[in-house]
Every structure is written in C-alpha cells, then in structure tokens.
Design a protein around this ligand. Structure first.
Ligand code: IPE
Ligand code: IPE
Ligand code: MG
Length: 236
C-alpha cells in the first residue's frame, strides 16, 4: 500500500465484547477477556504495517453507568494487559499514552499506567494511546477550563489553541475511526478531532476483529476520496 494511502492515525472503537460472549452463551466478562487479548493482535499488526498513532477506546465516561462488577473486570483486565504487554511494547518500540480523565481511575490502574508510560516514553515506532475514562464532551470541557485558567484572552482563542488544550495535543487528527460490532455512532469518541475522519464500520465483534479485518478496513480507507470541503482535484 503506498504510504499516502496508509492512515497516519487510526482510532478504533472496540465494541461488541458483550455480544461476542452472549452469542457463545458466556458471561460478558469472557468477552472482555477475549477483547483484551485481541488488543495485542491489533497493536502488533498496526505497528508492523507502519501506523504511527493507534488510539483505542477502552473505557468511556458513560461506561461508569455499567454494573460495578463489570467495571471491576474491565479495570483488572487493564492492569493484566499492562503487566503482560509492557515487555512486548518495549520490544516493538511502541510508546504508550493515555487520553481521558486518568486522575479519576482507581489507584492501581493509575500506577500501572504511569509505570508503563514512563518505561516506553522514548519509544518511536508507534504511539499507542488508550482512551480511558474518556469522553469527547468531557475533554472539551476540560480544555475550555484549562484555557480560562491559563488566562488566554478570547481574541487569541482559535481552533489551534483549542486543539492544543485537548488530551490529544500534538497528535495529528485521526485519518479514520473504525468501529466494530455493527453500531454506527461515535459514542462520544474524539468529537473535535474526528471532524474529517473517514468512518469505517465493521459488523464483526471486537474479539474477532483480527488482522484480516483490520487490513480490509484499511483497504476501505485507501479507497475513500477525502476532500476536506474542496472540489475534486483534476486527474494527472
Ligand atoms: C466494548 O464491548 C467494551 C467496552 C465498551 C468497555 P461492550 O462491552 O460494549 O460490548 P457490547 O456492545 O455490549 O456487545
Ligand atoms: C463505546 O462503546 C465505548 C468503548 C468502546 C469503550 P459502548 O458500548 O459503551 O457504546 P454505546 O453505549 O453502544 O453507544
Ligand atoms: Mg458496546
């Protein structure tokens, strides 16, 4: 694939763990475990393909409305993942980062994240960002507060200033947002940043969204015509 057709920043809404489990007569927690395993597959595949930024929606601000036990499972899978994958991230030269209100996560998760982020901060092959306690609306509110707190005069506020106060400051906007499980909505993901992202929907539940499905999604992206409001460039 020519590099211009390969997205620089891929954002994924990893959805459908619960339905994956349900379809097998299993508890939702089994779906989350299978989903966490699949993160390894997709992270490795993206790094190998030369994606520079991979941003995964792991826990939304609205996911606090789930049963406590399910939230507990998700958080314990996060620390398991970090423990298991840190060496692998190091080996693949992947930098770990987060977006979202991390300060409101439980202590054990914050500690494990801080450790993994510090260990991988000089890695350069790919930035893997986990969106945790993330919501696009909450992020915008926090950005506005930071701008006000910094005393930036209203006349100086423009789109770049706002972008620089988002959790994704310094990131390129996602070229594509992929959502698994057949749902066709953003669910509060990267609302500002996805203004011109190509939206790609796969019917496959996240635990089954493997390398072949990823490649199909990237192929779909490569065939999209991005115009950014302009008229079509004449051929040649
Ligand atoms: C995605 O799978 C994981 C999270 C949202 C944390 P779901 O748990 O939303 O699975 P479904 O959508 O209920 O099948
Ligand atoms: C979006 O999935 C959030 C994550 C994948 C972390 P949800 O399953 O929470 O979204 P809705 O509720 O179907 O919109
Ligand atoms: Mg869901």
């Amino acid at each position: 694939m020519p590099s211009s057709l390969l997205p620089t920043h891929v954002a994924i809404i990893m959805d459908g763990n619960g339905r994956w489990a349900q379809a097998r007569g299993l508890e939702r927690s089994h779906g989350h475990r299978a989903g966490a395993k699949n993160v390894h597959t997709i992270v490795s595949a993206c790094a190998r393909l030369g994606i520079s930024y991979l941003t995964l929606y792991a826990f939304s601000t609205e996911n606090w409305n789930r049963p406590k036990a399910e939230i507990g499972v998700l958080f314990s899978l996060l620390t398991d993942f970090l423990g298991r994958e840190l060496a692998e991230l190091e080996r693949q030269n992947i930098r770990l980062a987060t977006i979202g209100a991390i300060e409101d996560l439980p202590f054990a998760q914050r500690q494990a994240l801080a450790h993994a982020i510090a260990k991988t901060k000089h890695n350069t092959a790919m930035t893997l960002t986990l969106a945790l306690n993330y919501g696009g609306r909450s992020e915008l509110v926090r950005a506005v507060r930071a701008i006000v707190d910094a005393g930036i005069p209203s006349a100086s506020i423009n789109e770049d200033v706002l972008a620089a106060h988002l959790d994704t400051a310094g990131y390129p906007d996602p070229d594509c947002v992929i959502r698994t499980s057949g749902e066709m909505r953003l669910s509060n993901y990267l609302l500002f940043q996805s203004a011109y992202s190509e939206l790609i929907f796969s019917p496959v539940f996240w635990p089954d969204f493997g390398e072949a499905e990823l490649k199909a999604a990237l192929d779909e992206y490569a065939h999209r015509k991005r115009r950014f409001g302009k008229i079509e460039e004449p051929a040649g």
